[in-house]
Design a protein around this ligand. Structure first.
Ligand SMILES: [Zn+2]
Length: 244
């Protein structure tokens, strides 16, 4: 079965049609990730409607700069819903936070959301841009299960994430940047997941969940194993991490 553990299903024009085609093409699991309270509600609606869809709800670091305490409480209230399988996407994005004050605000929201994930025994879906070291520093303060989505290195941070036992979800970007070969190689298959970050575009086209088949092919090639093994293992990993 194909699994796409990190995308934004609500952001495509016709989510229902994407889910139907995903099912036809062998996708058995889609985790749609929120960016703020509004999109968290959309994720929840989609997860309630479609059997293969589950929700990660949380406040993205870009939105942490303008979100409020009450937004966090709204997110927390959603965590009891059986269709919510993670807190996400959360993390640090220093592209959007240039001042020390903005970075502190992102860190505060990151910490608070990791804590509620721990309280509800849920994993976190982590976004990290230009902030890999502080992301790992903060995550490692908690006993939390984590998926590092679209994590690009440097290699020493990848190795640290592997050592800390975190999962890494790889998407179509691996097919476009040669530097991913070395990263995919050092992340054990036992910690590897598949994603698309739909609706991000690759080669001018919006990604779709079934594209993970090509990502699995790439991983199989790097790791000198079979595509079937990669698909089986990533499916099992997703089910174990998100308990679906
Ligand atoms: Zn995302």
């Amino acid at each position: 079965m194909l699994s796409d553990v990190h995308n934004h299903l609500y952001a495509v024009e016709d989510p229902g049609a994407v889910v139907r085609e995903s099912e036809q093409r062998g996708v058995g699991l889609i985790i749609t990730n929120a960016e703020n309270v509004d999109t968290a509600r959309k994720c929840l609606e989609l997860a309630e409607k479609h059997e293969i869809v589950f929700a990660a709800v949380g406040i993205h670091p870009e939105y942490a700069l303008r979100a409020s305490e009450s937004d966090l409480q709204t997110i927390e209230k959603m965590l009891g819903n059986e269709h919510v399988v993670a807190v996400g996407e959360i993390g640090l994005d220093y592209k959007f936070a240039e001042t020390a004050e903005q970075r502190d605000r992102q860190k505060l929201f990151f910490r608070k959301q990791i804590q509620i994930a721990v309280d509800y025994d849920l994993p976190v879906e982590v976004h990290s841009r230009r902030a890999h070291k502080p992301v790992l520093d903060i995550l490692s303060e908690y006993d939390v299960r984590a998926n590092l989505h679209w994590f690009s290195g440097p290699m020493k941070d990848v190795l640290r994430g592997v050592d800390l036992g975190y999962f890494f979800s790889f998407g179509p970007a691996v097919l476009h940047y040669e530097s991913y070969r070395a990263i995919v190689d050092v992340v054990p298959l036992e910690q590897t997941l598949l994603e698309t970050d739909m609706p991000v575009r690759f080669g001018g086209e919006e990604a779709r969940p079934w594209w993970v088949a090509d990502v699995a092919k790439f991983i199989a090639d790097v790791k000198k194993t079979s595509v079937d093994k990669v698909l089986h293992r990533t499916w099992q990993n997703a089910r174990r991490l998100f308990r679906v």
